[in-house]
Ligand binder design. Sequence first.
Ligand SMILES: NC(=O)c1ccc[n+]([C@@H]2O[C@H](COP(=O)([O-])OP(=O)(O)OC[C@H]3O[C@@H](n4cnc5c(N)ncnc54)[C@H](O)[C@@H]3O)[C@@H](O)[C@H]2O)c1
Length: 354
Amino acid sequence: MSVKVALIGLGYWGPNLARSLNSLKEAQLHTICDIDTGRLEQFGLQYPGVRVTSDYNEVLKTREIDAVILATPVHNHFKLAKEALKAGKSVMVEKPLAQTSAECRELIALAETGGLTLMTGHVFIYNAAVQKVKEYIQSGELGQVYYIYSQRLNLGRVRQDVNALWNFAPHDFSILCYWLDAIPRQVIARGYSYIQPGIEDVVFTTLNFPGGVAANVHISWLDPHKVRRMTVVGSEKMVVYDDVNSEARIMLYDKGVSKRENAQSPSGSNRDSLGRYETFGEFQLLLRAGDVLIPKLDFKEPLKMECRHFINCVSTGQRPITDGYEGLRVVQILEAAQESLATGSAQSINVERT
Ligand SMILES: NC(=O)c1ccc[n+]([C@@H]2O[C@H](COP(=O)([O-])OP(=O)(O)OC[C@H]3O[C@@H](n4cnc5c(N)ncnc54)[C@H](O)[C@@H]3O)[C@@H](O)[C@H]2O)c1
């Protein structure tokens, strides 16, 4: 039996969700809802047979609707998700899950009490290229991960309700936590507002992950280039994930720096108990620049994979990969980064058991 879904919000992103949902045989796009009646009319024509309403309460009252997907602005994610969970419906919320970690915790508790699915729309976790990089990290192919940097830049879609950090960085933060299987302990962010006072257009965030792994995230909607690139530098290899390069989303570089014992140094006595060289003259640094590999990926549309996963979780009760806790972790990082923007100082993040 197919899961009956209501999609709320038909602005920029909602129509992509409608298309993905409509292509899944295990889901039925039952209702589309937007307070903008012009958008409703337009998409009602595109999806004949799908009920249209501008009143969210209609969705909540319709018993046969199993699940709600929210693609509305972030300021009403919490309110609408809470109402849906209270009405007994499973919910997928577009990123970020809510505006505060307290709100996220409340949604998690409501979903758990009601035995309902709560999922966060962290779409990149369903992207085959992102999954491939995780495989490289986990298998040890890259060696020890030293640092990661990310650039998510573009010109346009300047928002008035959230800054560039809250708009774009949920993607980078969710990918980093997924790759490293950890959340950062400390965050420092610097942001600059040029177009609208108090709304940062460009933000540089540095995150310290456990094990000394550093990450830097550069976000901007005021940039000449469209860039969606992340680089992971490991002790053995380095990998570049470039989401806009469909021919080579992943490039694995056999590059690195290794240490070789200096033949001139007295043998046997030049390492301490941890295997480190004691003086500079006792080793040579060797640069290694080998082949570059572009792995073949079985790339399927991430948004469709995300919707399919949500529908599966609703029908089986399985816990989503990007569940409420995953949404909470990302909101915790956003809160810390926002606090750092405001105070100029580094912020610590408390790791919660989930
Ligand atoms: N995963 C991604 O790559 C991605 C990309 C873009 C946006 N998003 C997310 O999607 C969400 C929506 O972003 P957008 O850019 O489409 O915003 P948008 O402002 O273009 O569209 C939001 C729509 O929601 C409608 N709406 C607002 N309140 C409503 C309510 N109470 N009931 C019914 N409809 C309501 C508005 O009329 C509007 O049509 C945000 O959470 C954003 O972060 C995700």
